[in-house]
Structures are given as structure tokens and as C-alpha cells.
Design a protein around this ligand. Structure first.
Ligand SMILES: [Zn+2]
Length: 316
């Protein structure tokens, strides 16, 4: 038997339900929606989550589809493999982001705090202890679009590199000086955790399929389903720097997520209502554009680009 939150699932069975977190102003129960698929044989427990940012949809759909194709009785090595979907803020308004000069914690957790803080605390208390690895699916959010990449927390390479490479994206962002993500409490517990990013707020089938590929390949790497894990010959390690506007206006981008740039290249510009250039955003070094703003209006201090510096190669 496998237990998580209020669910208890026998080997070879699947179940779904809500880990309660709180109630809405209408008194309706809210929580973390969970789908559990328990393989017939023992094995690791992989948690795949999506929708931590409520305006990111592709990963949520990818989880539903991969789960639908898994037969807990007959698949692969029939390992135990619950996967969880917790689109925590689904249906909520897009998060308030890009309003602070520094990246903010995504999930500041407080059991007696706001709904989001309680949700984070519930995840740490009830999910992290009963899983062996976490894959956290994201997109570039409502404001922009991100190149397909995996975030591998610096300092935890020994723990998480294997599943990071199995995600299948060439770009590996060795990052995250920001705290409070889903990854942190999992890594702190000595378990592998990665974040996979691709796309933006506009739902795209191609990005759902990218996330599905990553989930399947990570399942193969953990020997939870049949098949050889597919690895690239080489991966590119990058770091990311947020470029922010000084001027308010209309942002015109001249580059796409994933595009290579040379030092001095024009990445984008901010213009006023008359077309006058208020500000140019140029590459500070030879690198790769990781994220580009898609919402055209900008206020001073808004993120307009995340610019990546190549830190080296990773060979599996
Ligand atoms: Zn996100």
C-alpha cells in the first residue's frame, strides 16, 4: 500500500483526490489535486508537479496524458510510480511577478499564512516525505516565453544531474540563487529535484509534447517504465541574468528564446507611443537568450529578458 495525503493506493491501482489546504471565500474545499498511479512492483516514487504558477498550463496537461497511458498493472518493470499533479493555483489570477528587483521565492511556506503559503507548507509536510524524486514543470508564465531548458540547482549536481539530463533539453541552467522553489525542500531532504521550463502562457501542443517526452524519459531513467533512457551527446550549462527595463513603454523584442547572441547585439528595445526609442537592451556578453517578454507594456523595473551565459559543456 502507498499512502499520500488522504489517499491510500494498493499496488496495481490508481487513485485521485485532494490534499486539503484550505477553503475559498465560498467555503469550498481547496487543496492539491493528486493523481496517484501505484505500480504492481516495488520501486521509486516519482512526483511530477505542474501549475505551481497558476498561469502555466502545458505541464498540467502533459501529466494528465502521461498518466492516462500508464497501466499500473502491465507497464514496464511495474515499479511503483505515483505521479502527482498539483496545479496549486489553477484558475487563479496570474501570479504577481516581475515587480521586485530580485527574483522572489516562488513558494514561501507558512502553515498559518496565505493560501499559497499554506499550500507550500502542505507540500513540504505531506508530499516531500513520501516521494523519492520531484520533477517540477513550468513555462515562461503569462509575461514571457522561455527556451526549453532544465534547472539544476547549483550545489546539488551529484543528486540531480541524472534526471536533469534525462529531461532531454540541451540547455541546463545551473541556477537558482533564489529560494522557496519546489526544488529546495526536496533537495534539502537529500532527494533529486529539477525544474523543467518551456513555452509561455499561451498553451501549445508542441510544449505539452516536450513535457511528455521529459516525463517519459525520466521514468525510463528511473527504470519505472520499459525502454532505454535517451541522452544527448552533450549538454550546454548556462547561467541566467535578468535584464530589467529602466523606462516604461512598449517592449519590442529582436530575439527569440534559445537564440544565440554576440556581445552588443540588440536583444530588444523600449519605445514610447510615438516610436521614439527610450531604451535599448543589448547583450552584455556572447550568450543565449533564455526568456523573452511577450507582454508588450513595461513599467520601470519589469523583466524584459533573461540572458544566459554559457558556463561549459556537460557530457553524460
Ligand atoms: Zn513557473
Amino acid at each position: 500500500m502507498y499512502s499520500i495525503g488522504p489517499l491510500t493506493v494498493s499496488p496495481g491501482e490508481r487513485a485521485q483526490g485532494l490534499i486539503p489546504v484550505g477553503t475559498s471565500s465560498y467555503g469550498v474545499e481547496l487543496g492539491i489535486p493528486l493523481i496517484v498511479v501505484n505500480g504492481a512492483q516495488d520501486g521509486p516514487v516519482l512526483c511530477v508537479d505542474a501549475g505551481v504558477h497558476g498561469d502555466e498550463y502545458d505541464g498540467q496537461e502533459a501529466i494528465r496524458r502521461v498518466l492516462a497511458e500508464i497501466d499500473p498493472d502491465t507497464c514496464g518493470h511495474r515499479r511503483r510510480h505515483p505521479l502527482h499533479e498539483h496545479p496549486g493555483l489553477r484558475g487563479g489570477r496570474p501570479r504577481e511577478r516581475h515587480r521586485s528587483p530580485e527574483p522572489q521565492p516562488h513558494l514561501p511556506r507558512r502553515p498559518d499564512g496565505s493560501y499559497s503559503q499554506r499550500l507550500a507548507a502542505t507540500f513540504v509536510e505531506q508530499v516531500v516525505p513520501v516521494v523519492d524524486a520531484v520533477v517540477d514543470l513550468h513555462t515562461g508564465g503569462a509575461y514571457g516565453e522561455i527556451a526549453p531548458l532544465v534547472i539544476l540547482q547549483g550545489g546539488y549536481e551529484d543528486l540531480a544531474t541524472d534526471i536533469a539530463l534525462a529531461a532531454g533539453h540541451e540547455l541546463v541552467w545551473k541556477g537558482g540563487k533564489w529560494g522557496g522553489t519546489v526544488r529546495h525542500p526536496v533537495l534539502a531532504a537529500g532527494k533529486p529535484a529539477i525544474t523543467i521550463e518551456c513555452g509561455g502562457a499561451t498553451y501549445r501542443e508542441a510544449n505539452v509534447e516536450r513535457h511528455m517526452y521529459s516525463i517519459r524519459n525520466i521514468l525510463r531513467s528511473l527504470k519505472m517504465i520499459d525502454g532505454e533512457v535517451e541522452l544527448r551527446d552533450t549538454y550546454t550549462a548556462v547561467s541566467g541574468t535578468f535584464a530589467r527595463s529602466s523606462a516604461g513603454g512598449f517592449f519590442v523584442s529582436h530575439s527569440e528564446p534559445g537564440e544565440n547572441c554576440k556581445e552588443g547585439d540588440l536583444i530588444g528595445q523600449i519605445v514610447d507611443h510615438y516610436g521614439n526609442t527610450l531604451e535599448e537592451v543589448r547583450a552584455d556578453w556572447d550568450g543565449i537568450v533564455l526568456w523573452v517578454r511577450r507582454i508588450r507594456t513595461v513599467r520601470p523595473g519589469d523583466e524584459v529578458v533573461i540572458f544566459g551565459a554559457v558556463e561549459g559543456e556537460i557530457t553524460p
